[in-house]
Design a binder for this molecule. Structure first.
Ligand SMILES: Cc1cc2nc3c(=O)[nH]c(=O)nc-3n(C[C@H](O)[C@H](O)[C@H](O)COP(=O)(O)OP(=O)(O)OC[C@H]3O[C@@H](n4cnc5c(N)ncnc54)[C@H](O)[C@@H]3O)c2cc1C
Length: 550
């Protein structure tokens, strides 16, 4: 059975096995089987027969939190997700691997994405498919983002880390109280995802040698380090080591998904719990093309059901809701909003929509000339964060992430100085990215002004940290690529486009609950934990104060 057959089977099977309790859920289940959102279809929205109280667009960190909390509050909710479900298969062949990529690896691309990493020789042709990793080509930057039920959690390195208080308080509006985040909302996310640091017995294996080397090197350079949690089931990694599961984390896999099932992705915690409430239905393979204001203060969402190859399979559906939660990720959410403002569908959106964007200061870095690291094994990420807080150009942090085995092999073949390690370098960039609508292709584009002098300090800070590491350890920085990031943040930020609880200004009943809320940086921390915790905070306030009803 090839992967295209898998997708169809999983969707259809689910619909048959879980009849929904409510009428709206019954109808939307038909859509999951490919019949459109509502059985009536067409222009039925005008008669309010395509009505659902709440719609959530996107099922990543923000969307998953919103779905669960809406479901628990008894609000009937449809989650619209453009990608497919990715249930872990017992034969260990759910996802593509770095060595044998196929369509499952990428969202609607004809070739793999290594050209963006400066390694065009690794690019391979693939079939066009609704795979897990999207590469967004902006003007001045390439962005990686997840696609599928679970969003970025399907492809992420599992790092769950919160910013230090002093940075959070410096970078976030003072209305967002770090004490409350730390006491209430970060723990709430932890309780459901259950991340944990790498256990010592696993860290001590050969697979994780590069993590131990990187920790030594940080210490030698005088940088403080602290452990991070990972959204990884370490018992499954133990099974990989013992040969009871397909080698995935230990084999250096990460951003195409882990076939062993070690990743605690959102489809297996937040989203499954949301569905269990009986009030939430997820529609995979439905792409939202537009949002607009309808009659009586309602919102209308135009959705295209798509097939495994991304092609539209039936007429667009128009779904009407009272409460619209935007959670399509920083780029997806902002594109929908900017287009809606430009086309006149939501003309009162303010001037901050589409602005205040950056990629969390995330820069992929490869270092070489280290002691032996066993690079290409031991994923999906290292077990600690190193921080250079006294850097004269600005603070930075580095988190080790696995070096994909095929990149490791290519570097060796190129004769690069041996023994590599791979990092996400994080700094504090100014949020000077923006989005603009172009009517000719009817598309919204992202621009990152990569040569703007305002980026000077942020880039110099990362280079300074690398110079310190290399000087203290006799190592060499092989690759430093600020044109690539996996941490898009901003576009509809707190206190500007939205209020401090995610309510979109001038549009009652419309909310943003994802990375679009955050102004370009989470403060030297990988963003998923803060996105989810902020979504928890928004949902608390929205559910308590806005009196949502079916
Ligand atoms: C390779 C990689 C590794 C990463 N590693 C880490 C890590 O270790 N730790 C960390 O904290 N962060 C990591 N990140 C970043 C993290 O994944 C994101 O910050 C996070 O997923 C963003 O959450 P979100 O809710 O804003 O959006 P997302 O999680 O991106 O979810 C948005 C969802 O909306 C869907 N969508 C978009 N547009 C539409 C549309 N028009 N219609 C319907 N659905 C739509 C998408 O398919 C997606 O499922 C990584 C990212 C990548 C790409």
């Amino acid at each position: 059975m090839n992967h295209k057959t898998h997708a169809r089977t999983s969707t259809t099977k689910r619909s048959a096995m879980q009849p929904s309790r409510r009428e709206f859920l019954r109808r939307s289940t038909l859509a999951a089987a490919g019949a459109g959102i509502l059985a009536s279809g067409g222009r039925a929205w005008a008669r309010h027969s395509d009505f659902v109280p709440a719609v959530v667009i996107g099922s990543g960190f923000g969307g998953a939190v919103a779905a669960l909390r809406l479901g628990q509050a008894g609000i009937d909710t449809v989650v619209i997700e453009r990608g497919r479900r990715w249930p872990i298969r017992p034969d260990g062949d759910t996802f593509a691997t770095f060595e044998r990529p196929d369509g499952r690896a990428y969202w609607l691309r004809d070739q793999t994405g290594e050209a963006a990493l400066g390694l065009p020789q690794l690019v391979k042709p693939i079939d066009r498919y609704v795979g897990v990793l999207e590469v967004v080509e902006g003007n001045g930057i390439y962005i990686g983002a997840g696609a599928g039920v679970g969003g970025g959690s399907l492809v992420f390195n599992g790092i769950i880390v919160k910013p230090r208080r002093e940075l959070f308080e410096r970078l976030f509006p003072r209305e967002i109280d770090f004490g409350e985040m730390e006491d209430v909302y970060y723990p709430r996310v932890q309780q459901i995802i259950r991340p944990a640091p790498i256990p010592q017995d696993i860290l001590a294996t050969d697979y994780y040698l590069s993590s131990r080397v990187s920790l030594d090197q940080a210490t030698r350079a005088g940088f403080p380090t602290r452990p991070v949690d990972l959204a990884i089931d370490w018992d499954i990694v133990r099974d990989e080591i013992a040969g009871r599961r397909v080698p995935s984390a230990i084999a250096g896999q990460s951003s195409y998904g882990l076939n062993s099932g070690a990743t605690r992705s959102l489809d297996r915690n937040y989203l499954s719990r949301a569905e269990e409430t009986g009030h939430v239905e997820i529609l995979p393979l439905h792409n939202v093309a537009a949002i607009e204001r309808g009659d009586g203060g309602r919102y209308v969402v135009t959705v295209f059901p798509i097939g495994d190859d991304g092609e539209i399979v039936s007429a667009p559906q128009r779904l009407v809701c009272k409460y619209l939660f935007l959670a399509a990720g920083s780029i997806g959410t902002t594109k929908l909003l900017v287009r809606a403002r430009s086309t006149g569908a939501l003309p009162a959106l303010n001037e901050h929509v589409g602005r205040h964007w950056a990629a969390n200061g995330d820069i992929p870095v490869i270092r070489g000339l280290l002691p032996p690291t066993n690079a290409g094994t031991g994923g999906p990420a290292g077990h600690f964060i190193m921080e250079d807080l006294d850097n004269p150009f600005g603070p930075t942090s580095f988190v080790e992430i696995v070096l994909p085995p095929h990149v490791n092999a290519a570097l060796s073949a190129l004769g690069a100085p041996p023994h590599f390690a791979n990092y996400a370098s994080l700094g504090i960039p100014p949020a000077i990215g923006s989005f603009a609508y172009d009517s000719a292709p009817d598309a919204v584009g992202l621009t990152w002004p990569a040569s703007d002098p305002r980026l000077g300090n942020f880039l110099a800070a990362a280079q300074q940290t690398l110079a310190s590491l290399d000087q203290a350890n006799g190592s060499l920085t092989l690759s430093f690529n600020p044109a690539v990031s996996a941490h898009p943040l901003g576009g509809a930020v707190l206190g500007k486009a939205c209020d401090f609880d995610g309510r979109v200004k001038r549009y009652p009943g419309m909310y943003v609950v994802d990375g679009a809320l955050i102004e370009g940086t989470t403060g030297l921390a990988n963003p998923s934990f803060t996105i989810a915790a902020l979504a928890e905070r928004c949902m608390d306030r929205i559910l308590c104060c806005d009196r949502l009803k079916n």
